[in-house]
Ligand binder design. Structure first.
Ligand code: 6PG
Length: 240
């Protein structure tokens, strides 16, 4: 499978992503008995979430053996429309037969520092502390080159040891909790989902880096021993 696939519509991108997730889930469960999946936030994955709760995915996905995490979370109330987990629950998780114990929300009802520490402890319980290798992490791309909540110029991008950190995002006037590059780059599979013409410029800067351009956070996602893939809707690919 090519590292970059362009789809005519977001619907086609979402269908391909659902197929990819199903394939990875079936492979992971066959080999390890579980599928560890980190969901991305924002709007792009919404159609994918709706697809995964419908046939054939709702029946074929090994929900009982799927563990759900988030790559990042906004520090807003758990039932806030901006909360990434709230979106995933309302569009997907409330509609599929997945045990509540398989879902690991980032505890943003706690102070940011505590939330990050607790989520990291949770990951240490689920993964080998020396090799936290997610089977698949979904990521989105912001127009400023951020991914997860690794925003340009923030401490989170510079973090070299912690797996999860808190970050205050000036541009959004909001604290967030995010997986860090040391964790993301351990993943077996990373799948970026990018849609919309507003992403065309940044996507070109990231996939066709020029010496004068800074290294955007999304460019720093380079799995050490895993596969990096981009599923891009045609509008976002117009300048490639
Ligand atoms: C978040 C996301 C963030 C998102 C990008 C793209 O919490 O906002 O994790 O990294 O994926 O900003 O967002 P859209 O899909 O809404 O364009």
């Amino acid at each position: 499978m090519s590292p970059l696939q362009v789809f005519q519509t977001t619907e086609m991108l979402s269908a391909a992503a659902a197929e990819f997730i199903l394939d990875q889930a079936q492979r992971a469960v066959a080999s390890t008995g579980r599928f560890t999946l980190a969901l991305s936030g924002g709007r792009t994955p919404e159609q994918l979430f709706r697809l995964l709760r419908t046939a054939p995915f709702v029946r074929k996905m090994p929900w009982q053996n799927t563990l759900i995490f988030w790559g990042d979370e906004r520090c807003v109330p758990l039932n806030d429309e901006r909360n990434n987990a709230h979106i995933a629950f309302s569009l997907l998780l409330e509609h599929v037969d997945i045990p509540a114990a398989n879902i690991f929300r980032i505890p943003v009802d706690l102070p940011p520092v505590t939330a990050a520490q607790q989520y990291e402890q949770t990951l240490h319980r689920v993964f080998d502390p020396n090799a936290p290798r997610f089977d698949l992490i979904l990521l989105g791309l912001g127009s400023d080159g951020h991914t997860a909540s690794l925003f340009p110029g923030t401490n989170a991008v510079e973090e070299k040891t912690r797996w999860v950190t808190e970050v205050f995002v000036e541009s959004h006037q909001m604290s967030r909790i995010t997986m860090t590059l040391p964790l993301l780059n351990q993943a077996k599979n990373i799948l970026f989902l990018v849609s919309g013409e507003e992403k065309a410029e940044i996507l070109t800067k990231i996939l066709k880096p020029q010496p004068e351009n800074p290294a955007y956070p999304a460019q720093l996602v380079q799995p050490e021993n895993g596969h990096l893939r981009w599923f891009v809707e045609a509008g976002a690919a117009v300048r490639l």
